[in-house]
Design a protein around this ligand. Structure first.
Ligand SMILES: [Zn+2]
Length: 82
């Protein structure tokens, strides 16, 4: 088998891996990102972003967790309300 065929096979395997990851993580599958700095939202193809680079906003990597989900993580005692 030619080297190029091996490279091509590995590339296809990596592409499937990204899709597998996205399918198993609800926040990735949702495809919505938030800027933790200014609150800007954008929708993405997560598998594509994993392959080509994750979006940034205000100089920071955008998060897959919604503001509600982040609040819930910060203060579980108050049931997510601040
Ligand atoms: Zn921003």
């Amino acid at each position: 088998m030619d080297t190029i065929d091996v490279i091509q096979m590995r590339f296809v395997a990596a592409r499937d891996l990204h899709k597998t990851i996205v399918d198993e993580v609800p926040q990735l599958k949702r495809g919505i990102l938030w800027c933790t700095k200014c609150g800007h939202t954008t929708s993405i193809d997560a598998a594509d972003a994993l392959r080509n680079g994750w979006p940034r906003h205000c100089g920071y990597t955008m998060t897959i967790d919604s503001p509600e989900e982040r609040a819930a993580r910060r203060s579980p005692a108050t049931n997510g309300k601040e």
